[in-house]
Ligand binder design. Structure first.
Ligand code: CMX
Length: 434
């Protein structure tokens, strides 16, 4: 296998040493406590997970292996100066913490090309689902059906040692990641383009190939796809998709199971489906006011949404307390390539108005936009007007991050996850004693 395995082989022992030392010397040190409000409130802020692929600071936003988004985009290898980086290079960064050379990217890209053929039975599985089934359901079903191919499951049956688990996990990850865009694009062409799948290319990089298979060949869109896949890849391990992946994998369910679970979590409107909901909200706003709305019109529309008891999609975050830098990166793309696009202008005006509305509303702890407030406008501009597909795009990208996370979970021998529950009666008795 390729250079990535050699690299992982060389770094895993050091990481194991670091973790072993921490547990041995500081295993009893208290890092985080939990309040009753946190137990009932989604464990917000409780430090109970380790993730080395990325870290989310509430005020700064995401860093991939210590690098901000602008740093990541600048330093990763790319086709030319104007292009956005190759997503497989980003995957190497997430996995190893190192910026790959062009040679490493080529090697990894070759690995992906050699693994991108999807077995025929997967097309049968997808085709057997009613065509109006949500694209995320079709996608997650396809990933789950592919579980039959898991090398880890086979090796486990043969009795593989715990210290070696990461190897078949890495193999499974490359096999699955290589096929994800092929399956996602098939679903896109099945539902929206009258069943006209496009064969994968064996020369285009993973990002550009996905755009190609969806039927979008412009250089600009291929670059947007690369940017999109990088931005949506990893957001540490406590978000619903990443945590679902980590939890399911902790039972030693293989990567096909855990990524299918991650996609199921991503499909919720408070998480990844917000990208679909947000563009629908923006288009509804434009339809109501016949084009790009004024700030007064947006304010009125936002209050109508809030007063009807709904959330404003694309705004707020469980961790972030400022504008999401993934939003900013997409806004910069739009300012460069589509400044006059009416949907982008609407998204831009919403940004001027909604934070103040949410502040006045007084509920959301974070009134600023997240990644989902912008992504749909960019897709829409290039002709991907089918909002139902947006979360599948997110899912392909998120798989990069969560696959890297579980390879490390297995390399570091993380235990099966099993936090302790208490009953409401026990909590009442506990506070009464206090
Ligand atoms: N519009 C209206 N109300 C909002 C809001 C928004 N955009 N964001 C938060 N609130 C409300 C919450 O619903 C909650 O109300 P209740 O007290 O009635 O339950 C209150 O403000 C406090 O919530 P919070 O602590 O600020 O936010 P949470 O950590 O509980 O939830 C999130 C975070 C993202 C689910 C929430 O902000 C939200 O629903 N946003 C809209 C959906 C969205 O954009 N999701 C995508 C997030 C990014 C991603 O995962 O892809």
């Amino acid at each position: 296998m390729g250079l990535i395995v050699d690299k992982m082989e060389s770094i895993i022992p050091q990481w194991r040493g670091r973790v072993k030392k921490l547990i041995k010397e500081h295993g009893d040190t208290v890092l985080s406590e939990v309040t009753i409000a946190q137990i009932y409130g989604g464990m917000r802020g409780v430090k109970g997970l380790v993730c080395d692929t990325s870290y989310l600071d509430p005020y700064e936003g995401i860093r991939f292996r210590g690098y901000t988004i602008p740093e990541t985009l600048k330093m990763l290898p790319k086709e030319n100066e104007k292009a956005y980086p190759y997503p497989v290079g980003h995957w190497y960064l997430l996995l190893t913490g190192e910026v790959p050379t062009q040679e490493i990217v080529d090697d990894l890209q070759n690995e992906f090309h050699s693994r991108q053929v999807v077995p025929k039975y997967i097309w049968d599985v997808i085709d057997s689902v009613p065509i109006d089934t949500h694209p995320m359901t079709q996608f997650s079903t396809a990933v789950l059906a592919l579980q039959r191919e898991s090398l880890f499951a086979k090796e486990y049956e043969k009795g593989i040692k715990k210290t070696e688990y990461w190897r078949p996990f890495l193999e499974d990850a490359m096999n699955l990641l290589a096929k994800l865009p092929v399956m996602a694009a098939y679903i896109y062409r099945r539902i929206y383009k009258s069943y006209t799948p496009i064969e994968p290319s064996s020369t285009l990089d993973w990002g550009a190939n996905f755009a190609h298979m969806m039927g979008y060949e412009s250089v600009e869109y291929k670059n947007l796809m690369r940017l999109y896949l990088i931005l949506h890849s990893d957001h540490e391990s406590g978000n619903v998709s990443a945590h679902a992946n980590h939890l399911v994998s902790s039972a030693l369910s293989d990567l096909y199971y855990s990524i299918s679970a991650a996609l199921d979590g991503l499909a919720g409107p408070l998480h990844g489906l917000a990208n679909q909901e947000c563009l629908k909200w923006v288009l509804g706003l434009m339809e109501k006011f016949n084009g790009v709305p004024t700030e007064e019109q947006i304010e009125k529309f936002a209050w109508e949404t809030l007063n009807s008891g709904q959330v404003i999609p694309g705004y707020g975050h469980a961790v972030l307390r400022k504008t999401d830098p993934r939003y900013t990166a997409q806004r910069e793309f739009a300012l460069k390539y589509l400044p006059d696009d009416p949907v982008f202008q609407t998204v831009s005006n919403v940004y001027k108005v909604v934070p103040d509305v949410l502040k006045k509303h007084g509920k959301a702890k974070n009134p600023w936009p997240n990644v989902d407030a912008h992504s749909g406008a960019l897709q829409y501009h290039y002709g991907i007007v089918e909002t139902g597909f947006y979360t599948v795009l997110f899912g392909v990208a998120r798989a990069l991050g969560v696959a890297a996370e579980v390879i490390w979970d297995r390399a570091l021998g993380f235990s099966i996850e099993r936090p302790k529950s208490v009953t409401t009666k026990q909590i009442e008795e506990f506070v009464a004693k206090k």
